[in-house]
Ligand binder design. Structure first.
Ligand SMILES: NC(=O)c1ccc[n+]([C@@H]2O[C@H](COP(=O)([O-])OP(=O)(O)OC[C@H]3O[C@@H](n4cnc5c(N)ncnc54)[C@H](OP(=O)(O)O)[C@@H]3O)[C@@H](O)[C@H]2O)c1
Length: 339
């Protein structure tokens, strides 16, 4: 059984007198910073001057500094910029100011797992990784709930790294939902696998192919959007609340029968498992990481062309039009996405 921690196991007082620099103010950065501040912590923000996020963080009432200045001032430096930019920024703006006894922290283990960042031995290195998007980390906290988190310690130079990591996770609300102990190694590999095979890669491809199949057969695109995309959240909400059993309880017996006879026709067991194992293998042996690092060095041509193509896909354009006309309107703020 995995070791789990909850609020009773976390002591927020471990952060008393400690200044926390949140480096990056994007999806995770804004959520960690706002939640920690609302939990009574001393938070500053580290960013690059001239970037889009700087005025946003200032508008939210934070003191914002260049990353090097924030690193000098802080005891805990949480690195929440894009994974692909972290190694260069770490070398330039963090490593020179990382004195003994400070802590650096991550929300994902990519750069430690694939040795893009190699911290000195006299600092703590921990992970506080929410298992959900940053905007949900914020919206759940505000709703009095939390997003489950993973905790890991790569280096425990001070002997207090676990206490600090758990206090940090309590500060962002994660301990309200549950904190699972893991390693940087396992978090990185399972996180990459989950997002590629199931959550993002798998789900988007499934919805897209379902949408296309109905439209190509002559059905209305709006109908295809409601059926294959809009309803996805309603179904997932039930599974999230009470497992597949609660979904099956709520759907009709006809739908449940269809689930049993057609699910494995869409995702043939042997072939899909073999494909998933191949994806996992690329993650484990560093093939995926190597390609992603190279893609960033080479101007992201593949990534950008895929993003542009998706934006033009009818499932996106039809969906945008439908959402705009829903009674509650097209709410473009991810922080208020319904939970
Ligand atoms: N997104 C998620 O839901 C999620 C979930 C779990 C874990 N994580 C992890 O959380 C970390 C942050 O991801 P994210 O998705 O929150 O990032 P993000 O939304 O893309 O945010 C990027 C932020 O980093 C800043 N930034 C980028 N390069 C910089 C540089 N060289 N110097 C200073 N600031 C820089 C950006 O500022 P500018 O405005 O200046 O560009 C922006 O504020 C990653 O390790 C990711 O794997 C993310």
């Amino acid at each position: 059984m995995a070791k789990m921690y909850y609020e009773k196991d976390c002591d927020l007082n471990q952060l008393n007198g400690k200044k926390i620099a949140i480096v990056g103010y994007g999806s995770q950065g804004h959520a960690h910073a706002l939640n920690l501040r609302d939990s009574g912590c001393d938070v500053i923000i580290g960013l690059r001057k001239g970037g889009k996020s700087w005025p946003v963080a200032e508008k939210d009432g934070f003191q914002v500094y260049p990353v090097a200045e924030a690193t000098k001032a802080a005891d805990i430096i949480m690195i929440l910029i894009n994974d692909e930019n972290q190694a260069e920024m770490y070398q330039k703006d963090i490593a020179p100011y990382l004195t003994a006894g400070k802590a650096i922290a991550f929300a994902h283990g990519f750069n430690i797992r694939y040795q893009q960042i190699q911290p000195p031995a006299d600092v703590d290195v921990f992970m506080a990784a929410p298992k959900g998007p940053g905007h949900t980390v914020r919206s759940q906290y505000v709703a009095g709930k939390g997003v489950p988190c993973l905790v890991a310690v790569e280096q425990n130079a001070t002997g207090k790294a676990y206490d600090i990591a758990l206090a940090y996770i309590a500060g962002i609300g994660g301990a309200r939902a549950g904190v699972m102990e893991t390693t940087f190694h396992d978090e990185t590999e399972t996180d990459l696998f989950g997002e590629q095979a199931v959550l993002c890669g798998g789900v988007v491809e499934l919805m897209k192919l379902g949408f296309e199949t109905l439209v190509e057969a002559g059905y209305e695109p709006e109908n295809a959007y409601f059926e294959c995309i809009h309803e996805m959240k309603l179904i997932i909400d039930l599974i999230n609340k009470g497992g597949v059993a609660m979904m099956n309880y709520s759907i009709s017996d006809t739908a449940e029968y269809g689930e049993y006879v057609s699910g494995s026709r869409i995702l043939p067991y042997e072939q899909t498992k073999a494909n998933m194992k191949a994806v996992l293998n690329d993650i484990q042996d560093g093939t995926f990481a190597g390609k992603w690092i190279a893609e960033n060095k080479n101007g992201r041509t593949f990534f950008n062309s895929k993003r542009a193509l998706l934006a033009k896909h009818p499932m996106e354009t039809v969906g945008a039009e439908l959402r705009k006309n829903m009674l509650w309107g097209d709410d473009a703020d991810p922080d208020t996405a319904s939970n």
